[in-house]
Write a protein that binds this ligand. Structure first.
Ligand SMILES: [Zn+2]
Ligand SMILES: [Zn+2]
Length: 252
């Protein structure tokens, strides 16, 4: 005894059970059910068109403009910081260098003045000559030090944190990518007159060459029944109920 049709007010007994809707359906309401599914495909076609059109109208430059402005500002600010540090260090260098170069100058002026005095007075002693020689050699050594050592500088490499400017794609976008599944397994279908098939979550039923073949989820044949009632062009829905009966709606 088949169950009544699940559609409200319908008094017909059901022929099939839709596993997705969880409803028993009479023949008439099964047709409505299939028509509804087909109309859903049309809606999806329209929705896909709209999504595709919206994609075509995306103004990429506008979208990245905001980020580009921020990046430009970051670059300008960074340049300004570098210029500021450069100016500070340049001033420090000039002051330090002027001070160091000025030291021998003082000694040179002092010695020149002393030697002029000795010439003028014409009373140079051995001690004057010895002290002046030591002083001149000392000044000479200081000048050589300046020439040879130059300016000792420690200029570290500029460290820029790349993470400040790196645009990370959000994880949602990374995992959100849909995939169209590739074929799981193929089955040889030899019938030239065509095959018909129907499936639910557990089984696949194939009509081929006057035989109905029932396969499991791994596409392994589990039952074969000879069909003597003519060629099946299409099978809409089928179900295996609690009594393990197979209910098939077919089109001859
Ligand atoms: Zn359904
Ligand atoms: Zn009904």
């Amino acid at each position: 005894m088949s169950l009544p049709c699940s559609i409200e007010k319908c008094k017909q007994s059901s022929d099939v059970f839709c596993n997705t809707c969880k409803k028993n359906l009479c023949r008439e309401h099964l047709k409505e059910h299939d028509d509804w599914l087909n109309s859903e495909v049309n809606h999806l076609v329209e929705e896909m068109k709209s999504v595709s059109n919206r994609y075509m109208t995306i103004d990429r430059n506008k979208l990245i403009n905001d980020f580009r402005q921020k990046l430009d500002k970051w670059r300008d600010d960074s340049y300004k910081k570098i210029d500021l540090i450069y100016e500070e260090k340049r001033k420090e260098l000039e002051q330090d260098w002027t001070k160091r170069v000025a030291k021998p100058r003082k000694g040179i002026d002092l010695m020149q003045s002393k030697l002029n005095g000795l010439i003028r007075k014409k009373k140079a002693t051995h001690e004057d000559i010895s002290q002046s020689t030591t002083a001149i050699r000392y000044i000479d050594q200081k000048i050589k030090d300046i020439e040879q050592k130059g300016i000792q500088m420690n200029i570290p490499t500029l460290f820029i944190d790349n993470n400040l400017t790196y645009i990370k794609e959000s994880k949602i976008e990374e995992t959100d990518e849909f995939q169209l599944l590739s074929s799981y397994r193929s089955i040889d279908c030899s019938a030239q007159s065509g095959v018909a098939f129907a499936a639910n979550n557990e089984n696949l039923l194939i009509y081929e060459n006057d035989y109905l073949n029932l396969l499991n989820r791994d596409l392994v044949p589990i039952q074969q029944i000879q069909w003597r009632y003519g060629h099946i062009y299409d099978m809409s829905c089928y179900s295996i109920d609690s009594t393990r009966k197979m209910v098939v709606l077919y089109m001859l």
